[in-house]
Design a binder for this molecule. Sequence first.
Ligand code: NAD
Ligand code: ZN
Length: 361
Amino acid sequence: MVWHSGKTDVTKGQLFRQVPRLLFGSGVISRLGQLLPPIGSGRLFIIDSVLEEQNIAKRLPIGHSDVVEWFPAGEHEPSTAQVDELRDRIVGRSTYLPTGVVGVGGGSTMDVAKAVSVMLTNEGSSSQYQGWDLLRRPGVFKVGVPTLAGSGAEASRTSVLTGPTKKFGINSDFSMFDAVVLDSSLISGVPRDQRLYSGMDCFIHCVESLQGTMINELARSYATQGLDLCTKVFLEGGSDEELMTASFMGGASIVNSEVGVCHALSYGLSMELGFRHGFANCVVFNVLDDYYGEWVNRFRTILRAHDICIPKGVCSGLDSDAMNRMVAMTMKMERPLINALGEDWQDQFTPGEILSLYESM
Ligand code: NAD
Ligand code: ZN
């Protein structure tokens, strides 16, 4: 029996993790109240501030004692400092914890909602919990409502945050949503490029999951169907409902397997160049022919069909200290690299190889 960090038995009898309650369909946001605990001391709604002008609040069951926090997801990817600050503000407001936390937005806002939920019950800074299975206590009941499809954060056990020294997930069963609402009407206004970049995150999740060593048959079925749907959406004009389904399936697949080489490299680009996740993944995947072969060609076909041109030479302005930090960041992504390349990944994925991949982007 082989055990990896994260305590996942990759050979047999693996616990399959999935969100226990799910509302699905166009317009189901109107039924969010059915999933929420009673108001009690009040619930906390964390909402992407871009949705304020779309009057999203009118579609949510926000009561008098509920609290709304608008999260500026458009500024940059979420940080541990933002999570800590938000948690401190909520704790400072009342002696009672909120009865529920609702995250409404893309992967960034949903990840903040997951993190705040667990940081309301676990002491210290969220940066202390970036890693695998470090949380001690369950969080407050939490619900995810994606308004952008692709990240799969609605289905995963990860809250990805940029900390003082690394971009890394809080990976725990306690950081999974207790319920999600998949309402395709919420993604209809997403700008075209953002839809594509986040959608390619889903495409890459499915590929990395399928090509990895930690896959099991159930996760493979999710990834296969997610990949088919994602490809259909971007090459044959599939629907928003199909894209939302693909995102969920990709997320459900990676939570039960792992990501791979692309994600291990892309976090470095986000740290040093501030690239958003979906875009960073596209920059990286574009040079991974040796690792993901035909899938990279399929990805390029999708980009061409959408007139998206991925820039080259993105690292040319970085000094050697920055390049070395990116290499070090990549080497910390042990689990994805074991998934992609096996236990002896360091034999082939050397600092020199990582550096030359960054230089080729
Ligand atoms: P995002 O949440 O970072 O949002 C990208 C942009 O889209 C932002 O400007 C946001 O304001 C805007 N946006 C969101 N909804 C919109 C809507 N309905 N209409 C118009 N604009 C909208 O993007 P994302 O791709 O969903 O998520 C990426 C983030 O998720 C990164 O921080 C990444 O690290 C994280 N992530 C997490 C997981 C996980 O499993 N937890 C997986 C992949 C990525
Ligand atoms: Zn991703």
